[in-house]
Design a protein around this ligand. Structure first.
Ligand SMILES: [Zn+2]
Length: 402
């Protein structure tokens, strides 16, 4: 019997099996059917000589609920190799049902979700979702998680100005909900977060996102610039550290300093939303290219956008892997050589010599050409401009050496 699709001569990178070499890959009935030499025949065959093939990318942190002023259409992900888009708590127990009905179910890309401990999720930039702690609802959040186990992954909490003076109480309630559901907690840390307390409180499998943010209360000591001891201890306890680039959470300096301590992210994600997509994060291959520029090997960058996030969300048996029988989600790309300006969220631009260029996305065996899903971003209002202005005003000046 012919395979439905055979990809020939591609350089296959699948960290879940330690594969990093040229071979053929065959797909049948939307699943990985075989990896090896001279497979075939296939009803459709593609020659990928000189190109790379890896599992479909998993973006562990984005905002995919267009009922929020942060949200964008998750199908944009299919333009750049992401076949699983994880929503990082854009909705809470109040608006999750509408998110599921109108956005998750309507999407072509696979959408999974963390549910915000705040019942209103993250609706706006104007007021923090937990400035009023009455919005933190562990029981209702736990019930949503229990009733939607097919797509719900855990609890989300943003710690910083959005929790006002309630950071520790909000953390307690988020852990209560996650414990009730038996699922992980993802905590966003920005300036104002009780980061050391958070790190001491998290459980194995919980996720810290925005690990390389440079706005304050991050993973580095404000005193000596060393990694906080709580960061090292949390990693020993199997707490995971995610990039969550966003519009304010990626600093070249913080990432480089962390690398000096051999501290690398567990997962690389965009934190794509209406604001970050306008200038900083763009798409997951762009963020991955920044980590290539920082010196991470390509295989590691692929690991942290496929197998590592798949395991973090408990889906490692069928996503983020090219094992026989896994869902045939694939990303075909090339490494483009040239001169590419890459900007962090402190408006510092570095020039990279390589970037990951998407060539083809395959979702459950179906091929999707880049650009097939048009960008449909909502209009910006005057109040939205305040966020961009804040980023401009709080950025350090560009250093002359870069
Ligand atoms: Zn986010």
């Amino acid at each position: 019997m012919d395979y439905s699709l055979v990809l020939r001569n591609g350089h296959v990178i699948d960290p879940s099996q330690g594969i990093n070499r040229r071979m053929d890959l065959a797909v049948q009935a939307g699943r990985i059917a075989a990896l090896g030499a001279e497979l075939g025949p296939g009803l459709v065959e593609k020659d990928l000589q000189g190109k790379y093939v890896c599992p479909g990318l998993i973006d562990l942190h984005g905002h995919w609920w267009e009922g929020s002023s942060w949200g964008i259409d998750p199908d944009l992900c299919l333009n750049h190799g992401v076949t699983t888009a994880v929503d990082a708590g854009t909705t809470g127990f109040i608006n999750f049902p509408a998110f599921r009905k109108t956005q998750v179910s309507a999407a072509t890309v696979r959408v999974l979700a963390f549910v915000n401990i705040s019942g209103i999720g993250i609706p706006t930039t104007l007021v923090g979702e937990l400035e009023d702690i009455r919005f933190a609802r562990p029981v209702e959040t736990g019930l949503v998680l229990a009733g939607n186990r097919d797509i719900c992954l855990g609890v989300k909490l943003r710690e910083g100005s959005m929790t006002g003076s309630h950071g520790k109480e909000a953390l307690d309630k988020a852990i209560e909900a996650a414990t009730f559901a038996g699922l992980p907690l993802m905590v966003h840390i920005t300036k104002g977060a009780h980061t050391r307390h958070i790190l001491r409180s998290l459980r194995p499998g919980d996720i810290v996102t925005h690990c390389f943010q440079g706005r304050g209360d991050g993973i580095l000591s404000a005193v000596d610039g060393c990694l906080l001891p709580e960061v090292c201890e949390a990693r020993r306890q199997d707490v995971l550290f995610d990039v969550g680039h966003g519009a304010g959470a990626f600093s070249w300096d913080v990432a480089r300093r962390a690398f000096e301590f051999f501290f690398y992210p567990d997962t690389i994600s965009t934190d794509l939303h209406r604001f970050s997509i306008a200038r900083w994060a763009f798409d997951l291959p762009s963020v991955m290219s920044k980590f290539l520029h920082l010196g991470m090997p390509l295989e590691d960058v692929i690991l942290k956008t496929t197998w590592a996030p798949a395991k973090a969300i408990g889906r490692g048996d069928e996503l983020g892997t090219l094992k026989t029988g896994a869902i045939a989600d694939l990303f075909v790309f090339e490494l483009e050589e040239g001169s590419f300006a890459l900007e962090d969220t402190h408006l510092r631009v570095e020039t990279a010599s390589r970037r990951i260029k998407p060539l083809l996305t395959i979702k459950a065996g179906v091929s999707i050409e880049p650009g097939t899903y048009p960008v449909r971003l909502r209009n910006l209002y005057a109040c939205d401009d305040d966020l961009f202005r804040f980023i401009e005003e709080t950025a350090e000046p560009q250093r002359p050496s870069q």
